[in-house]
Design a protein around this ligand. Structure first.
Ligand code: 5FU
Length: 275
């Protein structure tokens, strides 16, 4: 029986973007579509969590600007962990300015994101110039960009025509945009059912994933791995569901939750191949 969903393996073989291929190949090698979002503020916690979740993830997502004791050794250790455990790095920077400014924010400053982050993301709100600005830095380094086509929060304005325009912007820049932060597949957005044009294979990475709770007190909304995979998501992004909500990190529990979410994400993927 052929599935309406194509396997990660098939997609890895034929994807035109090396950045997208790299992520798909990692997913296949590790049998993991889990991205852990490590939103803690102490360098030691940040690195301890990554070392523990490393074996279970295809991707580690960072907000490097929240780390209180950031220094360049953190990046060196992060890169060592990325090699040790075979995962890619995604700095969730959500660029949102004019092309010239985002190129500087991406390449320079304290964090020098482009030098270590395989994937980053941007809001489409400034228009296509944000893509060309970031591409001027990221393309020569073989990096990939995700556009924020939708968000997981209550009342998000990223919907309807805005989402459609984001997808059109991505289609016009397939050489750098590898996919979206979104809640569902974007491949058919803005296309008629009779469209026989190019097949899109945009990756969809989905935050707002949790197995135990439906949201937080600040507008976050969670769905299960199965719900988002069935809607066409490729990678589940999980933060507090794995590293916890407390002031201290319980590293044993982090490992248990990482394995639990890896298994949930993978079994949802295997089930959808039967659809
Ligand atoms: F673009 C988005 C979005 O729409 N929702 C999000 O939650 C990004 N995020 C990020 O995913 C957010 O900045 C956190 O880093 C992470 C979700 O963390 P949680 O602890 O699983 O809620």
């Amino acid at each position: 029986m052929s599935s309406k969903f194509v396997s990660y393996e098939e997609r890895a073989k034929r994807h035109p973007s090396s950045a997208a291929r790299s992520l798909l190949e990692t997913i296949v090698r590790k049998r993991s579509n889990l991205c852990v979002s490590v939103d803690v503020t102490a360098k030691a916690d940040f690195l301890d969590i990554i070392d523990v979740v490393g074996p279970y993830v295809c991707l580690v997502k960072t907000h490097v600007d929240i780390i209180e004791d950031f220094d360049s050794s953190l990046i060196a250790t992060l890169q060592e962990l990325s090699k040790k455990h075979d995962f890619l790095i995604f700095e969730d920077r959500k660029f949102a300015d004019i092309g010239n400014t985002v190129a500087l924010q991406y390449s320079s400053g304290v964090h020098k994101i482009a030098s270590w982050s395989h994937i980053t993301n941007a809001h489409p709100v400034p228009g296509p110039s944000i893509i060309t600005g970031l591409a001027s830095v990221g393309k020569p380094l073989g990096r990939g960009l995700l556009l924020l086509a939708e968000m997981s929060t209550k009342g998000s304005l990223a919907k309807g025509v805005y989402t459609e325009e984001a997808v059109q912007m991505a289609r016009a820049h397939r050489d750098f945009v590898i996919g979206f932060i979104a809640q569902r597949s974007m491949n058919a957005v803005g296309k008629s059912s009779t469209d026989t044009g190019d097949e899109d294979d945009f990756l969809v990475l989905t935050p707002g994933v949790g197995l135990d709770v439906k949201g937080d007190a600040m507008g976050q909304q969670y769905r299960t791995p199965e719900e988002v995979l069935n809607d066409g998501s490729d990678v589940i992004i999980v933060g507090r569901g794995i590293y916890g909500k407390g002031p201290t990190v319980d590293i044993q529990s982090v490992q248990v939750q990482a394995e639990r979410y890896r298994a949930a994400g993978w079994s949802a993927y295997e089930k959808r191949l039967q659809l």
